[in-house]
Design a protein. Sequence first.
Length: 263
Amino acid sequence: MNGDWTVVDEGWGRKAVDFAVLSEPGNSREYVAMHQRLGVSDRDHLVDVACGAGFAIELARARGATCAGIDASSRLVAVARDRNPDADVRVGDMHAMPWADGSFDVATSFRGVWGTTPAALGEIHRVLAPGGRLGLTVWGHIKASPGAWAMVPFRMAAAAKVENQAAMVSLGRPGAGEDLLARYGFVDVERVAVPFAWEFSDPDMYARALASTGPAFEAMQNVGEAAFIAAATQEAHARIRDGLPLRAQIDVAGYLARKPRLS
Ligand SMILES: C[S@@+](CC[C@H](N)C(=O)[O-])C[C@H]1O[C@@H](n2cnc3c(N)ncnc32)[C@H](O)[C@@H]1O
């Protein structure tokens, strides 16, 4: 059961511009590190799965890659297309991608494939060419991260949603991603450390950026937008450092893998 991808835009697309500008660029350390590890270059046809507002695609294009992307949120895809007019960015489900078998040299997904959506890995395997490279990131040990505070407001969602969020991040547990990738036919699986830190100028900016995400929508459905913003702003106030940005360093795990070459 992959859930209904057509409702994803309700949560992820409602503040697409805020997400694109205030949240997504904060993930760029992760994008740059994974592109570097994958050796993305002008010889590559790359697909970014669950591409959000397309910032990672923009950075892959800066390395010369020819790019495609897919996301369930039509409003995020609109931004991704605006940022990447020459890329093939589609609205759709990562479990049923609109490309032929073996279309890509490289597939990336930045916190887009979850413990609750493992079958997407089978679809990524299908669209990769033999020998194609995969770079995947997943949330790691969030609670042990110095920046764990930045995700506390997500816990204001209804209990069932919070439980589902925990199941979603289960791929970050040591061994979990390795097992799953092997099960879907990937080889040369390697877990790598990935730099990841969000920075914000002040508590209001942090609350606004956080409010643009899908899990924030789940919290707001439970407690309302005003209560969510108030709690997030309060959480950040305790983290203010004189003369420095608010900084939330969060554990993210990266996986590198390959689709086997034809023998
Ligand atoms: C945590 S965000 C990651 C977005 C982007 N990769 C980034 O680095 O910010 C998860 C993304 O998955 C997308 N998504 C959720 N379910 C999906 C599905 N079934 N197919 C494609 N995209 C999906 C959401 O719209 C959202 O953009």
